[in-house]
Design a protein around this ligand. Sequence first.
Ligand code: GLU
Length: 328
Amino acid sequence: MSYLGRFAPSPTGPLHLGSLSSALASWLDAKAHQGTWIIRIEDIDTTRCKPHWSQWILNQLSACGLQSDGPIVYQSNRTELYFQNLVQLMPTQRLYLCGCSRLQILQAQARSTSKPPLSNLIYPGTCRSKAALERQHYTNLPQEPWGTSSQTQHAKEYFHFWKFSKDQSVRITVPDVCYRWCDRRLGEQQQNPSHEVGDFVLKTRDNHFSYQWAVVIDDIAQGVSDVVRGEDLADNTPRQLMLYDLLKHTRPRYLHIPLVLTQEGKKLSKQTQAPALDPLQSSLDLNRAALHLGLTPSNHAIPERLLHWVQEWSALYKDPRHSDIKIG
Ligand code: GLU
């Protein structure tokens, strides 16, 4: 299986040490497997993401010698794709519209005894018994079934879908099933998402496709074989596995790298006031990211350093299932 890896930043601010470490790890893993590495800008939530941060991040990556091997894809240009794939899931009868606000979900959770409120927001399935989205849509577009449309019909459906689902999210029913995977660093993992999050959102109330949906559709569409990202996203993996299975697509391999923590032990992020990296100090920052990943900092020119780290990375993280791939 050929290797395709990606770095998928959300442009809500500049890179910090944590996100640079993810970028470097995913690049090194791709190169260690003689694979391809691409950048995808996850700017689906146009209220939080800003174009100038996309450019800023790309400049930061480029200053660190991390160049995409293919065209850079922007999620904000791909809503049609996310919509078309959602249409494919309609016949499963697992999608439904939900008008619950966060407060209503919290209140419903507080009434249930299963988990202490606020520990984790678990959707209690309030709207699940509503008609399946497919059926609701048929009621509105009686003679023209989903998924068999001409272009005009498709445009009509597309427009109709947004209008029809305005102020309502589209959720997917999560079965009471444990999803397991073997993470290349964390080892055997498992989670039953119905106990942790419940039915989750594929399209938000304010009409954006959700991270869970867009990331899976893009990883499939782009042919991503290996996901290398921060450990904070590990608990999203089971939801994504569920979507892979439902879409009948082979799951990628996963490697979740350790998080960069603040002195208080919190994840370094914009919320924890992570200092933005200065593009003029990329050489230094690259060394800090390498050190975080267990590699040896060096004063060589960036391209030489990267080459050396590929060798070090291979020794640390080469996946035995890639044994057919020779490291140069
Ligand atoms: N866009 C996500 C983030 O910036 C990463 C998504 C992923 O790697 O799956 O946290």
